[in-house]
Design a protein around this ligand. Structure first.
Ligand code: SF4
Ligand code: SF4
Length: 369
């Protein structure tokens, strides 16, 4: 049987109050009431965005999910994990203060923020998965302990995976620092000497202190590099190169394998949302106020993490007439993540898209697009 993916259209520039109504509607049709039992601890996973980023989901949308969870007698909390790179989200204290500054506080959201992998990313659970790339996965302890996961993924392009949505929000977003390191391991960029003008931007940005300026070009110390790909994103001169074919393939596959670990035991206890709004080439980890690259499209919900990501890229192609993520990151085959996820039994790329809108009497009905 095909997996169901529910879809509601969002008009470009539409007021956020309509998004709030739509997410409540999608929670209803996705079966929120049957997924959440009384007193279930419900982890609502979203990103608070890097400082300066404006694309991340806005607090009123998250508030709507939290209120719905409470209506279903669950105990909601927001969960995030520490980042691999240095910044405002690299330890739990700064991360929670940062979340507060972006509006994700108890007053606005009605639920606490918990950093799922502890103070410095050290609190994880080792899960034996015996997959082809990872024998074990290092998962945020809180994510494993939660009874239910509701994933709110903002769809964007991504420097290492080409695109990121539900699979990345779960697989990377709910792993500990050790898990993130394991997923990035093997990614070592190289400097194209002729193109490097020693501007030093990559050196300033590198979270691992792995870049040093030589006389005529930057040098990367492979022993210190953590494979985050940030130097590629910040170099304005095309002087950083990554062997996409080797590196991105493994990273995408490891993200899928980590999803498997995180969602183990959550069959029927997880709902996934993709927000196809404010879509940009770069992800929300970049500290730039990027304007959207394509018009807003809509919001999707499913209980299948593979189907929703496949449906997302299909509908973006349909609405834009282009392969936006392929054009944004030409060296990356971003489809590996969901094809491999299907191969390891995480879900199906075969889906039925069910468009939704609210009828006048407040009940959800299906319509044609
Ligand atoms: S940002 Fe690019 S051009 Fe500048 S030093 Fe680094 S590699 Fe060289
Ligand atoms: S990928 Fe680039 S920015 Fe990241 S740690 Fe390695 S050298 Fe530094």
């Amino acid at each position: 049987m095909k997996s169901r993916v529910y879809f509601t259209r969002v008009e470009d520039g539409e007021d956020i109050s309509f998004h709030v109504q739509k997410i409540i509607q999608l929670l209803d049709v996705a079966g929120c009431e049957s997924v959440i039992r009384k007193n279930d601890m419900v982890a609502v996973k979203t990103s608070f965005g890097e400082k300066g980023n404006i694309g991340h989901l806005k607090p009123p949308i998250v508030r709507a999910v939290v209120d719905k969870v409470k209506e279903c007698s669950g105990k909601p909390f927001l969960v995030e994990t520490n980042t691999l790179y240095a910044g405002r989200r690299t330890n739990a204290v700064d991360h929670i203060i940062h979340a507060h500054e972006h509006g994700f506080n108890y007053e606005n959201i009605g639920a606490p923020v918990i950093i799922g992998d502890g103070l410095f990313g050290e609190h994880d659970v080792q899960v034996e998965i015996n997959q082809s790339l990872c024998k074990y996965a290092y998962v945020a302890g809180v994510a494993r302990a939660a009874n239910v996961i509701i994933s709110l993924a903002h769809v964007t392009g991504h420097v290492m995976a080409g695109m990121g949505a539900t699979l990345k929000n779960i697989g990377m977003g709910l792993s500990s620092r050790g898990g993130k390191l394991a997923q990035h391991s093997g990614v070592i960029p190289r400097i194209l000497k002729k193109q490097c003008n020693t501007c030093g931007v990559c050196d300033t940005w590198c979270p691992a202190g792995a870049i040093k300026m030589g006389g005529y070009y930057a040098n990367i110390d492979p022993g210190r590099c953590i494979g985050c790909g940030e130097c590629l994103a910040v170099c304005q001169f095309g002087a950083v190169e990554i062997a996409w074919d080797e590196n991105t393939v493994n990273l995408q596959k490891k993200v899928a394998e980590y999803c498997l670990a995180i969602l183990e035991g959550k069959n029927g206890k997880a709902i996934f949302f993709n927000f196809l709004t404010h879509i940009t080439k770069h992800c929300d980890c970049m500290d730039n106020p990027y304007e959207p690259d394509i018009p807003d499209i809509g919001i999707m919900a499913s209980t299948d993490p593979v189907a929703i990501d496949k449906a997302t890229v299909d509908i973006i192609k349909e609405h834009t007439g282009t392969d936006f993520f392929q054009d944004a990151w030409p060296g990356i085959d971003y489809t590996i993540q969901f094809h491999y996820a299907q191969e390891i039994g995480l879900g199906s790329t075969d889906y039925e898209l069910i468009p939704i809108r609210r009828s006048l009497n407040g009940k959800s009905i299906n319509i044609n697009r």
